[in-house]
Write a protein that binds this ligand. Sequence first.
Ligand code: SF4
Length: 217
Amino acid sequence: MPDPRTHLNLAHFVARTACEGPGWRAALWVQGCPIHCPGCINPHTWAFEDREWVSVADLAARILAVADIEGVTFLGGEPFSQAAALAALGERLRAAGLSVMTFTGYTYEQLKAANNADWEALLAVTDLLADGPFIQSRYTDQLPWLGSDNQRLILLTPRYAPLAHTFTAKRANSLEVRILPDGQLFVNGFAYKGALGALLRALRAHHLTPTAGTEES
Ligand code: SF4
């Protein structure tokens, strides 16, 4: 296994998306999540199994070569399970002027109380944190990028302070569907309740095998 301090085990990577945070962004989903929220739309990312190992240096170069993005979003899986490598990646990207948004199933308070140096390092390079587990009974379609109303968007730097007033505003959710080189479909973004399931069923009915990297919200 590659050194997890300098390499990331990726479940998915999208070079440019408008569905995973403010503006156009690169997005990466890490493999492995210990939290196992009932109703999680990404259970295929739970297992701590080898997927695509990529060095931080190679991934930084790949992201910095993408035109017209303002930042990168880390999703999972659980980003804090690969905090050291994501912190190193975030540091390189922020030095180049990109912003960092990080999703986590932990609360901010849990992350701080753990007193974990790698978790602190990832928090230190994160501009915007989306925190908390997905709780089915608190499902909402009212909050941008979030799936349940216990989750929060927390400014860890002033970078997105001008957008803070939009974090509690109802917004039109959006989905992106990509055809991958191997013919598979990759769906990401945020769908109204039931819409994503209907889309996936329709695709499967046409013998297409979509992989979801999305939150159903
Ligand atoms: S919603 Fe996020 S934190 Fe919860 S099980 Fe799914 S990937 Fe893990």
